[in-house]
Design a protein around this ligand. Structure first.
Ligand code: UN1
Length: 489
């Protein structure tokens, strides 16, 4: 039995107990086991955090970018040194496997390194002027105070990919993580704090969902970055936009994998399994729809059903476990309801489908589920994001039909296409309407130096990562620069 950890908030460089109601994070594999416990922040703490960030923002903006970068690089080293311990805490608090948990901590470190190093790269641009004796220069300045609202499913990597660029480009941050994963939030804030971040530059508030609105409605807010559910994202985005505050919201996905007849089927099986079931399907980039070419469907789906049924589901901290629980009871209930509705609407169950009995029934486990949908009747499980280990399948009679089915969604975050035919791949790149397309790899995954974000209803505002992050977290000043005399040559 591991001791319960005390949750605190970081406000103006000081760790403080909250003054709101109790908050507990528990192990979703064994819900009676408390991981961390404390008191939530309340409205007065939001005010103090915003005031601290506002007071700190000018000093941080004026700190040489190289020095800001060094803080991020030191924080990356701290995470790397403690990856095994933090990976275990992540698995206990969020429920992904130990391997995935440790991998996520290292990914957060990689993100911090990318932005830490980016502080020593180009800070703007120089353009030629149509006028003699003049140069046009574009410089970048931080927005100011950024509100960061993050989801449960990547408790440390998603915060890192928002907070690292916000800080690298000179902003101060007020951060509200999902209240189900406060411990990992504290760990990232601790790493940045120990790395030498000045007081007030990063403030962490653990609080209820409504705290997102308090942050967005705060008069001192200069920008908002959000990842999470479509409903919350749209509500926060509309509040921010209504106040003229720049906003970036990363929301839902209903990502398709297409397996064509000429694909390497073994590769496709491996990748579809990873895309659908890693992190218990709780990624906005997870594969939740599968489209299989008619010619190969029978054998492919039989093998897929077998592999899904054979996944080792259980305690995510136990060696050998391939899939852990979902985050909480509400998620377990809504995902199981989604499965039950699909079955009632005529789906064939190729794997999973039923709630667990026995040991696993005590945790928030959902069986890896593969549902084949018949014909083209409308089915909720085809269109609605369940955010769990549930894969719905349709067969396609032609490549064109497969591509049309992939586009049959209000969302457009990611997709995966399995084919060995370059001509087909090239035309699919044009036709599939998504922000991220994987050719012959799973639908999830993201690198810090390239744009991340969706098409259609998956996102609102600019993309994340790489140059896109620099665009979002700064504004530009175009400088028409001439010498100070009349002698223009
Ligand atoms: C990934 O695909 O590895 O919330 C990252 C999410 C995404 C991140 C996905 N914003 O799942």
């Amino acid at each position: 039995m591991t001791a319960t950890i005390q949750l605190r908030h970081l406000i103006n460089g000081v760790w403080k107990d909250g003054t709101g109601s109790a908050v507990t994070s528990s192990n979703p594999a064994r819900p009676t086991e408390t991981v961390a416990h404390g008191l939530q922040a309340s409205g007065s703490e939001v005010d103090r955090a915003m005031a601290a960030a506002t007071a700190a923002k000018h000093g941080w903006a004026r700190t040489p970018a190289h020095e800001r970068g060094l803080v991020l690089l030191r924080a990356a080293a701290i995470l790397e040194q403690s990856a095994a311990a933090l990976g275990l805490e992540l698995a206990r608090e969020e429920g992904k496997t130990l391997t995935e948990g440790e991998g996520e901590v290292l990914r957060a470190a990689q993100i911090l390194r990318y932005y830490g190093n980016d502080c020593d790269r180009a800070a703007g641009g120089i353009y030629s002027s149509p006028r003699r004796g003049e140069t046009i220069m574009v410089t970048r300045k931080p927005l100011g105070v950024i509100g960061v609202v993050t989801p449960f499913n990547f408790p440390i990597a998603i915060p890192a990919w928002k907070i690292a660029p916000a800080l690298a480009y000179g902003n101060a941050v007020v951060w509200k993580p999902a209240s189900t994963v406060p411990l990992l939030a504290m760990r990232l804030a601790e790493a940045l704090n120990s790395a030498g971040l000045p007081a007030g530059v990063l403030n962490l508030l653990i609080g209820p969902g409504s705290m997102g609105s308090s942050i967005v409605e705060h008069p001192e807010l200069d920008g908002l970055t959000f990842t999470g559910s479509t409903g919350v994202g749209r509500s926060l985005a509309s509040k921010a936009a209504g106040r003229g505050v720049p906003v970036q919201a990363e929301m839902g996905g209903k990502n398709a994998s297409i397996v064509l007849a000429d694909a390497d089927l073994d590769l496709a099986l491996d990748q579809v399994m990873l895309g659908a079931f890693r992190s218990s399907g709780q990624k906005c980039t997870a594969t939740s729809r599968l489209i299989v070419a008619d010619e190969i469907a029978e054998d492919f789906l039989t093998e897929l059903g077998k592999r899904a049924a054979a996944l080792a589901v259980g305690d995510p901290t136990a060696p050998g476990t391939q899939m852990g629980p979902v985050i909480n009871e509400a998620a377990r209930i809504s995902i199981q309801q989604g499965i039950d509705t699909a079955v009632a609407q005529g789906a064939d169950v190729l794997a999973g489908g039923n709630p667990y009995a026995g040991d696993l029934a005590a945790g928030y486990f959902i069986a890896p589920t593969v549902l084949e949908l018949q014909g083209h009747r409308s089915q909720d499980v085809w269109s609605q994001e369940l955010f769990g280990p549930v894969l719905s399948v349709r067969r396609a009679g032609s490549t064109q039909e497969a591509l049309d089915l992939a586009n049959d969604s209000e969302f457009g975050l990611s997709a995966a296409l399995f084919t060995q035919d370059l001509t087909t791949a090239l035309s699919a790149i044009d036709e599939i309407d998504v922000g991220i397309l994987h050719v012959n790899s799973e639908s999830a995954g993201a690198d810090p130096h390239v744009p991340f974000g969706g098409a259609k209803k998956s996102g609102y505002g600019p993309k994340e990562q790489g140059e896109a992050a620099k665009e979002f977290f700064t504004h530009s000043t175009t400088v028409y620069l001439r010498g100070g005399t009349n002698a223009r040559t």
